[in-house]
Write a protein of this length. Sequence first.
Length: 164
Amino acid sequence: MPNVPHYSDDYLAELVHRYADMMMRIAFTYLKNSADAQDICQEVFTKIVKRQPAFKQAEHEKAWIIRVTINACKDALRSPWKKLFTPIGDKDYPIQNEENKQVVACVLELPKKYRIVLYLYYFESYSTAEIAGLLRRNESTVRTQLKRARELLKTSLAGGLANE
């Protein structure tokens, strides 16, 4: 058997504590559904337990978890089940501030290529170069997507405020 580290229960609990919220947000960004996002998180943690990858540093660990979460979301979106059944998206977000709820709703209406770039840039504080690496895209593509996402979001929010 290859030299694979054995993760302790404490270490696994620490991983859940450290990354579960981030994984849920990424999965929700892709799937727009809490139940499906929870399934993805469970799937990713199952992969971690089975594979027990060795990480040289915390940033590599985080990047690996983000990449696996994104891939699991893409697999879920390609599944025949998803193509046959359209899930009901969550419309009641667990956010107290009404203005923030409106922003989240507008972000979730953006195409997924823009949603994930916005999330990684603003919530996880990744640079456009780091996002390009995580998403396996050209850095200029990421910058363009970020710019377009901001423009779409601005238009969407301005339209929503003008309609009130």
